[in-house]
Ligand binder design. Structure first.
Ligand code: FPP
Length: 236
């Protein structure tokens, strides 16, 4: 089976999932967190090595302060107490994003989960938090510029070399999934997504269960990835 090495998910539709049920938007985020826990384990079972998820964008600070606070508290709770199963499965949790504008307890929770799982080597769950794709490229470029100022020779600098300047040196994304019906990438992992296959579904994230995930994997397997080249069997 041709399993994508790196799958990324834009976890959209939590709010609408809740509103449809007459619940507060926060109930959708809570349910989405439960879905994420299950999916991280399932992705590992299916042979996916890296799962990246969009948990909070830099632009999400524009939301109602009550919702922002809820999401911050949720992250603290999950990182400090709820990721036991993920940690026990040998999955390393990484958090990608800016560390500015975050409360001390949020920074502490991020440090705790990264520290706790740092020696795990059976998969990676990369949580993009206070994250923006353009911001990641800017931050990487600033660090690269510093190295150039310190004498780094960039005459043979490659695409792969630039990955080392991103928040984490992860492999390129093979499959990008967006739940919730919108057809856009919303400033998510722009550099890493250059040749990824896209899968969009109307399913709201809290309902995106194992079988929905498998459906995306199945569609991926039937895609013809050419990376700008030609597929020999189809073009002769
Ligand atoms: C987008 O849906 C979702 C978010 C902005 C938050 C996603 C967060 C989680 C799934 C929780 C993550 C938790 C952990 C522990 C990492 P939306 O609220 O914009 O939905 P809508 O488009 O229906 O309003």
């Amino acid at each position: 089976m041709n399993v994508p090495n790196h799958v990324a998910i834009i976890m959209d539709g939590n709010g609408r999932w809740a509103t449809k049920r007459g619940l507060k938007r926060s109930a959708g985020h809570l349910e989405g967190s439960k879905t994420l826990e299950k999916l991280a384990i399932h992705a590992q079972d299916m042979g996916v090595k890296v799962l990246s998820v969009y948990a909070f964008s830099c632009d999400n600070f524009k939301r109602d302060p009550e919702e922002v606070t809820y999401l911050m508290n949720l992250i603290v709770k999950y990182f400090n107490t709820k990721f036991e199963k993920i940690a026990k499965r040998g999955i390393k949790v990484l958090v990608s994003g800016r560390k500015t504008n975050l409360r001390p307890d949020v920074l502490e929770a991020i440090k705790n989960i990264e520290e706790k799982t740092k020696n795990n080597d059976k998969g990676i769950l990369n949580i993009c938090f206070n994250y923006g794709g353009q911001e990641e490229i800017i931050d990487a470029s600033i660090n690269l510029a510093k190295d150039i100022n310190n004498g780094l020779d960039i005459t043979t600098f490659t695409r792969e070399d630039f990955y080392k300047y991103l928040y984490h040196d992860l492999p390129p994304i093979d499959l990008l999934i967006r739940t919730g019906g919108e057809l856009r990438i919303s400033n998510f992992m722009l550099y890493e997504m250059s040749y990824s296959e896209f899968y969009f579904t109307n399913t709201y994230f809290p309902d995106f269960n194992k079988s929905e995930f498998n459906k995306a994997l199945f569609i991926y397997q039937n895609r013809d990835r050419r990376f700008g080249g030609l597929n020999a069997s189809k073009n002769n």
